[in-house]
Write a protein that binds this ligand. Structure first.
Ligand code: MTE
Ligand code: MO
Length: 246
């Protein structure tokens, strides 16, 4: 993980001003405790930074099923699909210094990552696919998160059973190297059933975290006021765990 991302995760500027505090007795006790905390946090981060397994192309599933929304009919999605998503925008907003509105072309011009990974759905099926897109960290670095930002919310175009689908992750998953904004599956533009034209891949998390039909990336300090406050569509409705790490 890049240093900037790492610092954002642990709270940038932690080391600043430590020398003065260390001069006093209570200060060095504090620093000792902080160091222990830091090491603990680092072990945790190292574990969560670990990569999900990647597979050879020969392992790609012959069919990657669609699940949940597979053909959104709400809002302007059908019209956008009909024009091949030529005018799709990805908004980057919330607690960022530089809000952005990105076209698909903008997304395709960023450095790309391609990864063959296994998708695991809680409903009990898995599929292996090859995904391509820029790392989310690139986009977040360009937008420049404000220090208050603690979570990244993914907004989706589909309305499922009367509620807009959404998801969220903390900054560790947001900056994980395999967290990408995917626009290709198995070398082709995403099929509608798999989230065209953009969907998240968050490879250390279960399937429901991988938001499809992505319209906006929002940096927030708290999830309390979003949806019903549990951090995601299924978390709000069915009590699925917000942290779905695998
Ligand atoms: N916008 C949106 N994202 C979504 C869903 C959905 O219904 N709408 N379903 C989730 C679930 S439960 C899974 S398992 C995966 C399925 O991805 P797939 O359709 O590419 O198989 O998308 C996730 N992301
Ligand atoms: Mo799922």
């Amino acid at each position: 993980m890049k240093r900037r991302g790492f610092l954002a995760v642990i709270g940038a500027g932690f080391a600043a001003g430590c020398n003065k505090i260390a001069e006093s007795d209570s200060g060095s006790r504090l620093l000792g405790a902080a160091e222990k905390w830091h090491q603990g946090a680092h072990r945790l981060l190292t574990d969560r930074e670990a990569l999900a397994p990647e597979y050879p192309r020969s392992a790609i599933s012959s069919y990657f099923r669609g699940n949940g929304s597979t053909d959104p009919q709400n809002g302007d999605y059908p019209a956008q699909a009909a024009e091949g998503f030529a005018n799709w925008r990805l908004e980057v907003r919330g607690l960022v210094e530089n809000p952005m509105s990105l076209s698909l072309d903008n997304i395709r011009r960023l450095p790309q990552r391609t990864q063959v990974t296994r998708h695991d759905c809680v409903e009990g099926w898995s599929a292996i696919g090859e995904w391509t897109g820029p790392q989310l960290s690139l986009i977040l670095d360009a937008a420049k998160l404000k220090p208050e930002a603690k979570f990244i919310v993914f907004r989706c175009a589909d309305n499922l059973n009367g509620q807009d689908y959404y998801e969220s992750v903390d900054l560790i998953d947001a900056y994980h190297p395999q967290t990408i904004v995917a626009h290709r599956l198995n070398g082709e533009p995403l099929p509608v059933k798999n989230g065209a034209p953009l969907r998240m891949r968050i490879e250390r998390q279960l399937g429901y975290k991988h938001a499809k039909y992505l319209t906006a990336i929002e940096a927030v300090a708290s999830l309390d006021d979003i949806g019903r406050g549990q951090g995601g569509y299924w978390e709000d409705r069915s009590g699925y765990q917000w942290y779905a790490g695998i």
